[in-house]
Design a protein. Structure first.
Length: 226
């Protein structure tokens, strides 16, 4: 299992690292909310352990921002805040679970494993959102402002990559790797797929989501993210 720990208290972070490394878990670490947000958005994790009181960006903001960016990795809030209001705030910001400090490491491990199992069982029902775009990952149906579009496998793969990273740029190399792995065809094939996807999601509307970044790749830009 690969975990991301976002915790600014070095002693607590050290205890968690020691415990999970013995169990052969792989851990990445961030000591502030902004770094944790960037790692969670760009890397793939089975679960995230997230403190609330963090420098640069608090845990509640990190959690909500990740959900808005389409990151559905299970998030367990780990914090000293133990009031009913604090716990409800964690869930309102779309956390999956909440554990109060001081905590038992075995219980932390068990809860993380439960979150991962739950996620694997609900993969077919996941939906990615960005701006007015909503992509159903089970049916490959995209919705935008009341319109529905059934995507072919290539369109779905490209749009999924773009939504998960939006509004950041996704390089041409990353998209080609997601589509074809090591068997990349002529570059004109990717341009053709991008043209078809742009025609599908942008042509009927005033605002264009799909943008080309010359010599780099592509990105999605919602209204207000210009």
């Amino acid at each position: 299992m690969k975990l991301l720990l976002v915790e600014d208290h070095k002693d607590i972070a050290g205890v968690i690292f020691d415990y999970f490394e013995i169990k052969d878990y792989v851990l990445d670490y961030a000591n502030n909310g902004l770094q944790g947000y960037e790692l969670a958005k760009t890397e793939q994790y089975d679960a995230i352990i997230l403190d609330i009181m963090l420098p640069k960006m608090d845990g509640l903001t990190v959690c909500k921002s990740l959900r808005e960016a389409g990151v559905d990795t299970p998030i367990l809030m780990l914090t000293a805040r133990d009031t009913k209001e604090d716990i409800l705030a964690g869930f309102e910001h779309l956390a999956d679970d909440y554990l109060v400090k001081p905590f038992d490491l075995d219980i932390l491990d068990s809860r993380l494993q439960a979150l991962v199992r739950r996620r694997k069982g609900s993969v077919a029902n996941r939906i990615l959102n960005y701006g007015h775009l909503s992509l159903d990952m089970s049916t490959r149906v995209l919705q935008r402002e009341g319109s529905r579009y059934s995507l072919n496998p290539s369109q779905y793969t490209i749009l999924k990559c773009l939504i998960q990273r939006a509004p950041d740029v996704v390089s041409k190399e990353e998209i080609c790797d997601a589509l074809w792995g090591d068997d990349e065809p002529d570059s004109k094939v990717l341009r053709s797929h991008i043209y078809q996807l742009r025609s599908l999601i942008d042509r009927p509307f005033e605002h264009d989501y799909l943008r080309t970044i010359s010599k780099v790749g592509y990105r999605l830009v919602a209204e207000g993210d210009e």
